[in-house]
Design a protein around this ligand. Sequence first.
Ligand code: FAD
Ligand code: SF4
Length: 327
Amino acid sequence: MRDFSYFRAASTEEASRATLDAGTMLLAGGTTLLDLAKCGVFEPDTLVDITHLAGLGDITVDANGATIGALAKMEEVADHPGVKAAFPAVAQSLSLAASPQLRNMATVGGNLLQRTRCPYFRDPGAFPACNKRSPGSGCSAIGGVTRNHAVLGTSRACIAVNPGDLAVALVAFDAYVEMGRRRVAIEDFYMLPGETPDWETVLKKGEIITGISIPASMAAKNSTYLKVRDRQSYEFAAASAAVGIEFEADGQTVRDIRVALGGVATKPWRARTVEQALVGTVLNVDAVEKASRLSMEDAVSHGGNRYKIELAPRVVARAILTMGGLA
Ligand code: FAD
Ligand code: SF4
């Protein structure tokens, strides 16, 4: 890791201004930033520590929804009684992520901006070709080992998975990313790779994430996050699903259903075709399995990740059947 300078921002405005300098990066929990600096992927000249900024760590939950400061720690949000009651899938997405040590260090703002785990991206010495790291250099993953790469939202320039769990739950429940004067629906916050996979979000220079807001809904209250991975803990998702359901007064007919996928796409992925197939129906195993397969209608495999096209609909179906009392 090469030398860099360090200072603590005194205010959100000072931190925002600092990001106008191309060599400056914001330091929150540091669990992504320092990791990637050690790999040689990030080469900051200056780190601006934002961990002591006032007012960015608060968590508030009321009848309208939740507001969560960008500096709230993953573990604090996962354990917050209000979040657990009103947004169980959000709390679960965090408690199933990383490890307790990391969750106590890492912030939710940093979590939304974590980078892909594509091994080619993380190893510039061995793999110079990576369009996300070095625009125009090519993609070492295409034609390489692709077991953990995306099957949805890919492009000829990049097939890297967005690895985050929290963002999947937030996409399901129409959350917003707050950036001071601007807010963006989280689904629009993340960009598809297209020809410019180095642009991952709509966050601009001079902006920082100040928080997340999630509107209250019955679907969010009756929700779950199911994560399937190679080992039971301390592992990224092979496939995951955030699912929330609101039933009509009869307790059986689906009034509102939210489905989002993780571990399979280049950005947190809302599965609207699955939702549309199930709204207004009474859930049964066959219908749920059939609808869940719609989530992979546009999937493209790159060899080693073909199993995700089979796995993801099963994860979606199991999450829906669990929420419907049919699992
Ligand atoms: P930092 O490392 O401080 O920052 C990350 C990036 O965001 C940097 O570019 C930084 O400049 C920028 N940034 C931070 N805060 C802001 C802000 N407020 N505004 C603008 N820019 C900002 N995540 C999962 O979701 N699921 C997992 O299973 C999982 N497993 C993991 C396992 C390991 C071994 C490790 C190391 C990480 C894992 N993670 C997982 C990722 C982890 O959750 C992220 O590293 C963490 O959430 C990042 O938060 P941070 O506060 O440490 O961010
Ligand atoms: Fe880089 Fe994306 Fe290719 Fe991975 S998949 S090597 S991140 S361009």
